[in-house]
Design a protein around this ligand. Sequence first.
Ligand code: ADP
Length: 241
Amino acid sequence: DYKVTGVQTCALPISIASHELKTPLTTLSLQIQMAKQKVDLKNDTAPPPAKLAKVFDDSGRQVVRLTGLVDDLMDVARIQSGKLSFTFEELNLSELMKDMTGRFSQDFAKAKMPMTVHAEENIVGRFDRVRMEQVIENLFSNAIKYAPEKPIDVSLKKDKTFVKIVIEDHGQGISQDRQGQIFDKFERANASSNISGLGLGLYIVKQIVQGHSGSIHLESLPGKGSKFIVDLPLDGTKLNC
Ligand code: ADP
């Protein structure tokens, strides 16, 4: 088992990583085993299609979760070796936000989170599309994980050469003493929480935002909610090169 010694808090806590990776794998393998047991080759019978469809849906969810975890670990490896690269292109961030809020609307509804969106139209700049999606997806997923059944407010505004994305939830919030660390690798604000995660999402988000020459800040009051504020230059490549 991994032991944190001294100040070396950035190493991979293998015990956490393997627990997070193994949980969906165990569930997946059980689901498949149980379905397989009900397939009787001798009598040529199988569970009814509705039952099988449920097994496929449940298994699919575990695969999505595993894929997300592996992607995050790969991103961290890329960041560590300095190989997180960006493909900047002209991008309408307003359209992207519309797309993302649309994609998440069912998840927010399922989590009983009424959503308000105030987005200026046609904010165009140079961004990496896939990485921007990843930033928004991470912040939305965290809101669902840590602030269910509370409203979520999203806004997108242009200010001269910058764009400001604000994602505010009204959930459990983050205590003052943990606020400085949650953007670090493997840092989780509430270690005893039974909500799963590797503590990598916000670390990756911050690296992506910085790769766009932007910044990310948190304003939070425990019990009241968390407000994540992302400031991005419309053309971060100019500042980078
Ligand atoms: P993970 O969710 O996998 O733990 P993240 O890096 O995305 O990793 O988040 C780090 C920690 O920050 C979380 O474990 C959680 O404690 C805290 N956190 C992130 N987003 C929120 C939020 N919207 N509300 C409350 N706490 C949050």
